[in-house]
Ligand binder design. Structure first.
Ligand code: THU
Length: 161
């Protein structure tokens, strides 16, 4: 017997900046600042990420490219690696991610790549705490996910091992 399985994911879509809770507006400003550290001479697509730790500290990350293009780092993983190095025991409560392109205005959020989704998922597992995810382009709608599980509903976790 075959069953068609449907998976529901949930997220909040804000149509304007003012609808976003204040603490996440602040985090998005930090993500924009983080983007200034982006090194993206190959794609010309700049990404910034800001992590909010439970202790209130904010950690920045930005994409770092390389002539060996596939080995570049996304902003999300740069920030998560920094957090794991600088504050490994501190839980992460949220990540804001923003992007811009030299070629075209980015009018919608870019969602994290598969590797970053798994990396955010691992950080949730490690600290037993959901990480809220706020995504935005340069303009347009802003998306708010309560957990990476809404972006990675079928996930590989340590229970398989
Ligand atoms: N990139 C990120 O940093 N985060 C994402 O969520 C999507 C893509 C980077 C990787 C590469 O440096 C550039 O954006 C173009 O793919």
């Amino acid at each position: 017997m075959q069953n068609l399985v449907k998976i529901e994911i949930n997220y909040i879509c804000y149509t304007s900046w003012h609808e976003v809770p204040e603490k996440y507006q602040h985090l998005m400003e930090e993500a924009k600042k983080a983007k200034e550290g982006s090194y993206a001479p190959y794609s010309n697509f700049n990404v910034g990420a800001a992590l909010l730790l439970n202790n209130g500290k904010i950690i920045h990350g930005s994409n770092q490219e390389n002539a060996s293009y596939p080995i570049g780092f996304c902003a999300e993983r740069t920030a998560l690696s920094a957090a794991a190095s600088l504050a490994s025991h501190e839980k992460i409560s949220a990540i804001a991610i923003t992007c811009s392109s030299i070629k075209n205005p980015v009018t919608k959020p870019a969602a994290p790549c598969g590797i970053c989704r798994q990396t955010i998922f691992e950080a949730e597992c490690k600290h037993h705490q959901n990480i809220e995810i706020i995504l935005m382009g340069e303009s347009g709608e802003i998306f708010h996910f309560k957990s990476i599980k809404d972006l990675l509903p079928l996930h590989f976790d340590a229970d398989f091992l």
